[in-house]
Design a protein around this ligand. Structure first.
Ligand code: NAD
Length: 387
């Protein structure tokens, strides 16, 4: 890739995405017909083992650099996945490496600061959840991205699954009748490798409940208000990187969401939920999402991030039918790849920044509701329906 085309590519990116319209990505793509997106990854821990195979298998993406403050991890992943450049600090990477999009998969608490640095340096960003540590910080990052003609997106990618599309269409087509209520749940006994999951700024909502919140708002529309109770069930844990630690963020949460038309949904998540299918949810055949209307109901088998089918029940006499037992290539770790490819192809991805921000506001509102015993009204919204 020569210098001239790289700079014109980045200029086109800036011009094209300024208005955040579908056509902006189209015009970007027209001007960059045969380019690969140069991606740098920050954070080479557990989840990098899922991201790296995804990103390196895309024909439209080249992973050009890896960064981790535990530098041996960057070196090891560079060797395993044949990546040319490694860095022990983001500043060094931003200084030395030419690239287009940063993929942030570090400790949750570092996301906001790292994403800001990348945007200030002119890079698009895909961030693992949460994309910032507060809703205000997230909004500021989104504004910064817009002002600089860049994009920032946040995980999860649950809206990409064919099961999500099926459920969304079924609701929109009225197959369930008038929708009244929904439930989502996700829990296991908690990650054992890193302390950040349990420290201030971590917690079971941004790590686990975030998937259900994205799915339920994605299916039922933006939430208008939130009521919640959160707690710490297990005040002390032993983790690989720090030994015995005090749990500071909620490891148990029950959240009620009020959507339009008096629809109410419920999310339950926690780090103390026995589940023999474990962190990887292998072989889960029970449902974790349910949607009820007065003519039908749907139950998503497996988890929204690892879906194994949807039971649709609309008959008083026939058993519920199972649809889409196959994820058709969808993988939960595909978000960075899909938005990266969207920058090259010019097709607006289904994943929306406003949706990630809405979920971030829900998490914050749930904490506030639990602390104050009050219902919290939300400000944010996003374009809906998504399918
Ligand atoms: N592990 C999973 O299965 C999984 C699944 C989905 C999402 N996630 C999300 O991915 C993110 C990372 O989780 P993980 O399990 O991989 O954690 P991890 O602890 O295994 O890895 C995080 C890595 O980030 C590095 N890091 C921290 N601060 C940094 C900084 N300022 N600059 C550079 N590197 C830094 C750490 O040294 C570590 O190697 C979290 O947001 C988590 O919620 C993880």
């Amino acid at each position: 890739m020569n210098t001239f085309s790289r700079s014109s590519f980045l200029k086109q990116t800036a011009m094209a995405s300024a208005a955040l319209l579908v056509s902006s990505l189209e015009s970007l793509a027209k001007n960059t017909p045969s380019k690969k997106l140069r991606v740098a990854i920050i954070g080479c821990g557990s989840v990098s083992n899922r991201y790296l195979p995804q990103l390196t298998s895309s024909a439209l993406i080249e992973v050009v650099g890896l960064c981790d403050i535990k530098y041996d991890r960057a070196l090891a992943q560079a060797k395993a996945f044949n990546i040319a450049n490694t860095y022990p600090h983001i500043d060094k990477m931003l200084e030395a490496l030419s690239f287009d999009m940063m993929v942030t998969i570090t400790d949750m608490q570092a996301h906001g600061e790292l994403n800001k640095k990348a945007l200030l340096a002119g890079k698009h960003v895909w961030s693992e959840k949460p994309m910032a540590n507060t809703y205000a910080e997230g909004k500021a990052l989104f504004e910064l991205a817009k002002n600089k003609g860049l994009r920032i997106w946040g995980a999860p990618a649950v809206v990409n699954s064919p099961q999500f599309a099926f459920m969304s269409k079924a609701i929109q087509e009225g197959k369930l009748g008038r929708v009244a209520a929904a439930h989502g749940q996700y829990g296991h006994t908690g990650p054992t490798w890193s302390a950040f999951f349990y420290e201030q700024g971590g917690g079971s909502m941004p790590d686990l409940g975030v998937y259900n919140m994205a799915t339920l708002t994605g299916l039922l529309g933006p939430a208008k208000s939130v009521m919640a109770m959160t707690s710490i069930v297990n005040p002390e844990r032993t983790v690989d990187d720090k030994g015995k630690i005090k749990v500071q963020a909620e490891d148990n949460a029950q959240i009620l969401l009020e959507h339009a038309n008096n629809v109410i949904s419920h999310v339950m998540c926690g780090f103390n939920y026995f589940d023999p299918h474990g962190h990887d949810a292998k072989g889960q055949t029970l449902h974790s999402i349910q949607i009820y209307g007065d003519y039908g109901n749907m139950r998503l088998i497996g988890y929204d991030w690892e879906p194994k089918g949807v039971y649709l029940d609309t008959s008083w006499t026939e058993p519920a039918k199972l649809y889409l037992p196959d994820a058709e290539g969808y993988e939960w770790q595909e978000g960075a790849t899909k938005v990266g490819e969207s920058l090259i192809k010019g097709i607006e991805p289904r994943i929306a920044t406003e949706h990630a921000l809405h979920v971030l506001e829900i998490i914050e509102a749930a904490r506030s509701s639990s602390a104050n015993g009050k219902r919290v009204t939300l400000q944010s919204t996003f374009k809906w329906p998504m399918v």
